[in-house]
Ligand binder design. Structure first.
Ligand code: SF4
Ligand code: SF4
Length: 314
């Protein structure tokens, strides 16, 4: 009770009311595909956590956009919430330690929390030329092999870690590969797909784990079904225009101003599985298609090769 009181006081000090927080929990619960009866339990995961699982967050071949989007997510205070429920033991972007001390933190965390920590991996692994990416003199693949098998659960965040992403774009000279494939662990690693993914899908996966004691059900590409079961096209508010053949043929046109369908200017929504239309970005403000930009299919494997040129009809 005391813990909970302190939590709400901390939120209050940041100008976040209990009502704002409950609104977020309701949204998160719905995104996770749970009934509204779970809202108080979801709130409890943040307000009175029974456990704070240790997290080791690895940066491999990537741009750090996934970390940035998580830490500057749609609610300005969600980073605090994430830090409330997790104990971040190693994260190269936000940790104060550097050099030998950072390495020591990593090794200590793996040893101390063997089989108990959550490993989050951001970025792809160059298998053809392993030396393309190294930290502390170790190739990315060796770092992944050293850490991932000791984790209780591993989450690959972003299309780079899932399927190779931008580093794997043709001709992919480094032979960049997603984490699951690189370690031969496909289906055992949760892929939060997108470039970057919506942070709500990472938070939903972690809360699912803390609340229900297991990782969410996955599709055949390792993506949580609560977020990636439907295509963008399935939930798109422009769908009626698609059905009526009301199409934008040119950006800046009258049809574009009328919010017509973006299929002819390259929308990949019919082939892309993600919950952008429902979860939205930036405090639920909008998402690319709503803002007038075609979906580029960033949560699908090899989207830089398979979905380009982006502005041409499928
Ligand atoms: S998935 Fe996109 S945002 Fe995330 S690290 Fe890769 S390139 Fe950056
Ligand atoms: S804008 Fe894209 S996702 Fe929306 S209806 Fe048209 S093709 Fe489908």
């Amino acid at each position: 009770m005391e813990k909970e009181k302190e939590f709400y006081e901390r939120l209050n000090a940041k100008g976040v009311s209990r009502r704002d927080f409950m609104k977020y929990c309701t949204f998160l619960t719905a995104t996770m595909g749970l009934s509204s009866s779970f809202v108080p339990k979801v709130a409890e995961v943040f307000a009175a956590p029974k456990q704070r699982p240790p997290v080791v967050w690895l940066h491999l071949g990537e741009c750090t956009g996934c970390s940035e989007s998580t830490l500057r997510s749609m609610y300005p205070w969600i980073d605090e919430l994430v830090l409330e429920i997790l104990s971040i033991e190693y994260h190269e972007t936000i940790m104060t330690a550097s050099g030998d001390q950072a390495e020591e933190n990593l090794h200590n965390a793996i040893k101390k929390y063997d089989g108990k920590f959550i490993c989050v991996v951001e970025g792809a692994i160059p298998l053809k030329y392993p030396g393309y990416g190294r930290v502390a003199g170790k190739d990315f693949i060796d770092i992944a092999k050293e850490v991932v098998p000791h984790a209780a659960a591993t989450i690959a965040i972003g299309s780079c870690a899932n399927f190779g992403g931008i580093p794997a774009a043709a001709p992919n000279p480094g032979g960049y590969t997603g984490l699951g494939e690189a370690l031969g662990m496909e289906g055992k690693i949760v892929n939060i797909a997108g470039c970057p993914p919506n942070p709500i899908n990472l938070v939903g996966t972690i809360v699912n784990y803390l609340l229900l004691g297991k990782l969410p059900a996955l599709d055949d590409l390792g993506r949580p079904l609560f977020a990636y079961a439907k295509t963008i096209h399935d939930s798109c508010p422009r769908r009626s225009h698609f059905e009526n053949d009301e199409m934008v043929e040119e950006f800046g046109s009258e049809e574009a101003a009328l919010g017509y369908c973006l299929y002819k200017v390259g929308c990949r929504g019919p082939e892309t599985y993600n919950n952008c239309a429902v979860a939205k970005f930036n405090d639920g403000t909008s998402w690319p298609v709503e803002a007038g930009h075609p979906c580029i299919g960033c949560s699908e494997p090899q989207f830089w090769d398979n979905m380009t040129p982006f502005y041409e009809e499928l």
